[in-house]
Design a binder for this molecule. Structure first.
Ligand SMILES: [Zn+2]
Length: 253
C-alpha cells in the first residue's frame, strides 16, 4: 500500500516535468507510427514511456553504453503494445539488457553447471523479469520496414507470459475469449504451416511455426506493421488481435 503510494507520487512528479525536446526528435525520427497517433494517444504514449524508462533497469552489454535514444525507441515500441490496455507498464519486467549487435547466448545444461555457448541471438524474453535486445537489429528493423520489429516481438512474449506461460495465449478477459483465441490461433497456425509446405508466399513470418509462442509474437509484429494486409488476408486473426490490443492498426498506421 505504502509502496503504491510512493510509486504514484514519484510518477506524478515525473509526469509534471516537461517532456525532453530531444526525446521528441527520437520519437519523430525512429518511431514511424508516432505522428499518426491521435494527440491523446501521443500523450499517453509519452507518459507511459517516461514511466517505463524511469522504472526499469537498463544494462548495456559487450561494452555498449545505453543512451537516451535507445531508451526512448525501445520504450516507445514496448509501450505501443499496451497503449490502450489498462495494465501497468510491464510490472513483472525489471531489466532490459541491450547488446550492440547479435550476441552469443550461453546456457547451463544443469543447475550450477558451467554455461556453454548455444548460438547467436538478436533477442530473448524471460518470464523472470528480463528482456535482451540487440540495438543494431532494432535499428535495422526500423530502417528496413520489412514487417519485422524485434522490440514488438520480444515484448509480445512478455504479454504472452503475463500469466507465466509462454504458450501464445496471453491473459484474456473471459472463458469465451480463451476459446475463440485458441480456435483461431490453431487454424491460422495450420494455414501458415500448409502455405509454407506448399511454397506459397506468406504474410506472416514462417518463424512463427517454431511454436505457439513464436506464432503469437510474429502475428503481433504483422498486426502492427502490416495491419491493412493482415485485415485483408487474415481477417479473423486481425479481429482477435484488434480486440486484444484495443487498436485498429489497419486504419491507424
Ligand atoms: Zn520469439
Amino acid at each position: 500500500m505504502l509502496y503504491t503510494w510512493f510509486k504514484r507520487r514519484r510518477r506524478r512528479r515525473l509526469l509534471n516535468e516537461a517532456f525532453p525536446d530531444e526525446w521528441m526528435l527520437y520519437l519523430d525520427k525512429a518511431v514511424r507510427f508516432y505522428p499518426q497517433l491521435t494527440p491523446e494517444d501521443q500523450r499517453r504514449l509519452r507518459d507511459d514511456l517516461r514511466v517505463f524508462i524511469a522504472e526499469k533497469h537498463w544494462v548495456g552489454c559487450n561494452g555498449l553504453e545505453v543512451n537516451d535514444e535507445m531508451r526512448v525507441v525501445i520504450a516507445a515500441y514496448a509501450c505501443l503494445l499496451i497503449l490502450r490496455k489498462s495494465i501497468d507498464v510491464y510490472s513483472r519486467l525489471d531489466t532490459i539488457l541491450v547488446y550492440p549487435d547479435s550476441y552469443l547466448a550461453l546456457e547451463s545444461a544443469f543447475p550450477r553447471s558451467e554455461p556453454v555457448p548455444i548460438g547467436w541471438r538478436h533477442g530473448e524474453s524471460w518470464s523472470h523479469g528480463s528482456i535482451v535486445l540487440s540495438w543494431n537489429t532494432t535499428v535495422d528493423n526500423i530502417r528496413d520496414d520489412e514487417g519485422e520489429n524485434l522490440v514488438l516481438h520480444e515484448f509480445a512474449h512478455q504479454l504472452d507470459m503475463s500469466d507465466r506461460f509462454a504458450d501464445g495465449v496471453p491473459r484474456l478477459g473471459s472463458r469465451q475469449q480463451y476459446h475463440t483465441w485458441k480456435e483461431i490461433m490453431a487454424a491460422e497456425y495450420e494455414q501458415l504451416y500448409d502455405d509454407a509446405r506448399s511454397g506459397r508466399p506468406t504474410l506472416l513470418d514462417q518463424y512463427g511455426l517454431s511454436d505457439e509462442a513464436e506464432f503469437f509474437a510474429v502475428a503481433t509484429e504483422c498486426f502492427f506493421l502490416r495491419g491493412e494486409e493482415m485485415e485483408e488476408r487474415h481477417p479473423r486473426l486481425y479481429e482477435i488481435l484488434t480486440e486484444f490490443y484495443e487498436l485498429d492498426t489497419a486504419k491507424m498506421f
